[in-house]
Write a protein that binds this ligand. Structure first.
Ligand code: IFM
Length: 458
């Protein structure tokens, strides 16, 4: 016996990607370079010197990917727009051919009955803006608003769901503190400046959207529940700091107009305050929260590691290829926490997925990836339980449609429902792709085997 479907009837089952990770043709048709173009060419920054120059070639093969999505019954596609494709220097002159690419993509999606969900910024800042200070320059936020307005003008008649920025915490931490992602800065003192400008950029885009369109706009944040390694006061305080840094600072500012106390304490005289004027821009109503969920993290106190003075403890439990603990309950906890902290705001799970080592495809057969099937099954079940507890969940997007360029890991971390042979660009559906197709067909209703059933069967 299976449980009844409890996802709403108008639920969106989708897949997600981002421009630099899948499009390729990064400089085609007048596009400008972005920070990953430069960063991935620096020695040692990506595994095997990989770049997104070709990636999944979606710029040329978008119709093939749309057809694949249609074949799997996918209802929504979350893609991102490459800012430097439509504004080669990040401001000023537009590139009509770049805009036309997204026009064609959106039309192809709609023709296939797939709802387009567009992200305006998924980490590919135009290089022209990096050379003017990037996210450390206050003007970048304003230029982002101008770029957003161009895209609203071009697509908001057909795109009803927009996300301003993907995972601002990762931009700040990996791009500016750890230097493992573009632009590769290593300066903890830059973090609050970057965070403030990302938030201001979000605000400018929301403002432009309200002036221009009447669909839905939100932001996609990644939440990682933080657990203290021990019950010591020091570890508990460490978990609170890590939580404020990674999970709370962006949503608190946007939805509550506040800054968690831990942040100014953490930064001391390096703290960059958000002014009242900034906050008025940032703290505007949004229509939904996008939640990207992958794992939880256990943390301990470590005074040497700035700015959070915390260290992550290696998980001993089941992990994905990236090393992240598989912890589906964290998805439920995160959904409930957002609902409790910010009120019953509509939420989309805008990313959830896992990298596992997949076998090579054999001619004519699907790629078998039972670990990813299990991962998805358990996370969809966690989402269902959150819905049961009253979370206003609107959709579930798997990361990702296809194996793609996983940033500094290059092409070594397959997350796709569809395998790609990067020598031939041949696509082969995985078992997880078929599983997700079945999930969509049943609206999540035929996945869940209850514990009691397992016991009875045993
Ligand atoms: O590939 C990334 C994506 O760009 C942002 N969220 C996490 C994914 C997996 O690491």
């Amino acid at each position: 016996m299976t449980e009844q479907a409890s996802f709403p009837r108008d639920f969106y089952w989708g897949v997600a990607t981002s421009a630099y990770q899948v499009e390729g043709s990064t400089l085609a048709d007048g596009a400008g370079p972005n920070i990953w173009h430069r960063f991935s060419r620096l020695p040692g920054m990506t595994v095997a010197g990989a770049t997104g120059d070709i990636a999944c070639d979606q710029y040329c093969r978008y119709q093939e990917d749309v057809d694949l999505m249609a074949e799997l019954g996918i209802e929504a596609y979350r893609f991102s727009i490459a800012w430097a494709r439509v504004m080669p220097k990040g401001r000023g002159r537009l590139n009509p051919k770049g805009i036309s690419y997204y026009d064609r993509l959106v039309d192809a999606l709609l023709a296939a009955g797939i709802a387009p969900f567009a992200t305006l910024y998924h980490w590919d800042l135009p290089l022209g803006l990096e050379d003017k200070g990037g996210w450390l320059n206050d003007d970048t936020a304003k230029w982002f608003g101008d770029y957003a307005d161009v895209m609203f003008r071009a697509l908001s008649d057909r795109v009803g769901h927009w996300m301003t920025i993907n995972e601002p915490a990762i931009v700040m931490e990996k791009g500016y503190v750890l230097g493992v992602y573009a632009p590769g800065h290593r300066n903890a003192a830059e973090a609050p400046v970057v965070a403030r400008n990302l938030l201001r950029a979000h605000g400018h885009a929301v403002q432009a959207y309200r002036d221009r369109a009447d669909g839905q706009i939100g932001i996609a944040v990644n939440i990682q529940p933080k657990f203290p390694a021990t019950q010591s006061l020091a570890d508990q305080a460490a978990a609170k700091r890590a939580d404020a840094w990674r999970n709370l600072q962006f949503l608190d500012a946007i939805l509550l107009g506040t800054v968690p106390d831990e942040l100014p304490e953490m930064f001391g005289r390096d703290w960059c305050p958000i002014t009242a004027e900034d906050m008025a821009l940032i703290h505007q109503p949004i229509d939904f929260v996008g939640l990207n969920y992958y794992t939880r993290v256990v943390v301990g106190d470590d005074p040497a590691l700035l700015p959070t003075r915390t260290r992550n403890i290696e998980p001993s439990a089941i992990r994905t290829l990236v090393g992240w603990e598989v912890y589906p309950n964290g998805l439920k906890e995160s959904l409930l926490r957002i609902t409790e902290r910010y009120g019953r705001v509509p939420i989309f799970i805008t990313e959830c997925g896992a990298a596992f080592k997949d076998p090579a495809p054999l001619d004519g057969d699907d790629v078998m990836d039972p670990e990813r099937v299990q991962f998805l099954r358990d996370h969809i079940e966690a989402a269902r339980q959150a819905v049961e507890k009253g979370v206003d969940l609107k959709g579930f997007f798997v990361w990702s449609l296809v194996d793609n360029f996983e940033w500094n890991s290059g092409y070594t971390m397959p997350f796709g429902l569809v395998h790609i042979d990067f020598d031939t660009q041949r696509r082969t559906v995985k078992q997880s792709g078929r599983f997700f197709a079945e999930t969509i067909r049943s609206n999540g209703g035929e996945l869940v085997t209850t514990d009691s059933e397992i016991a009875t069967q045993g």
